[in-house]
Design a protein around this ligand. Sequence first.
Ligand code: BTN
Length: 318
Amino acid sequence: MYEPIIRFLKEHQSYLSGEEISRSLNISRAAIWKYMQELRKDGYEIEAVPHLGYRLVSSPDKLFVWEIKFGLNTKRMGQNIIYHDTVTSTMDAAFKVGMEGASEGTVICAESQTKGRGRMGRSWISPKGKGIYFSILLRPKLPPSEVAKLTLMAAVAVAEAVKNVAGVEAQIKWPNDLLVGRKKLAGILTELNAEMDRVKFVVIGIGLNVNASVSQLPSGATSLKNEAKRSFSRVEVLQEILREIEKWYGRLSVQGFDLILDRWKELSLTLGKRVRIADPSGFIEGEAANIDTDGGLLIRQDTGVIVKKMAGDVVWVH
Ligand code: BTN
């Protein structure tokens, strides 16, 4: 019931009488009073003036479902949202609902994670209310070998979103780190549930440092606040990420991967650099020459031989 009440209050910036709300939403005035109390507990500032009614003064910066949905304007991404105050990892929660048949575009978000995970067995530090930690479920018609395309798609979408909302120009380090300068702003983790030749669903997990100060972040990390010197509404940032994912994911299925690849290359920090990538057999070193049509990184070794990597950690040599 929160969603219609909040929407009603937001749509009418002036005072609304209990009677008006009651009539429009078909709930009793006693119930409205109770909801208003609950909303205040959640951090909403709601004025109540005798003879005038209720007025929403401010909303908390929480990733509540009704906050994200208000003004989102997407067709699929974020049409189904599951909110957790605290969760082990939004990846686990997304996998669970994915197995239960949740629809494409389902978002699982959390204020904090106790076991947030990154790539290569690393953890993702998730200070409460300071960042955006969410996973989105996709059901692409792609073979498992092409799922890397989605990671690149998500990196482009997040880079575009932070530029639109915060004016922060992030670059992408292959395959999926978003950096400002050489500091990490966001990370993307792609996991899939697949059979040999068929993807059942993909979960893309995105962790973005928004309002954390540098002391709250691991070394080598940065946040939007640290870059832009002001705080941001996490709801607005998340909404823009969802809009951009919808846009770029749509392009992937309609126009193919080329547009994403072109934009990814423009935003890339990796191409043209001398890189080293860990491999079970040691290191591969050479020039990051190009991205293949399946999202793999092509490295030109000093011998001239070109090697393709689908995953790994890039270290710059120069
Ligand atoms: C990386 O840079 O290694 C990827 C980090 C991905 C972190 C996000 S936060 C939301 C989602 N839940 C997780 O446990 N991890 C991803």
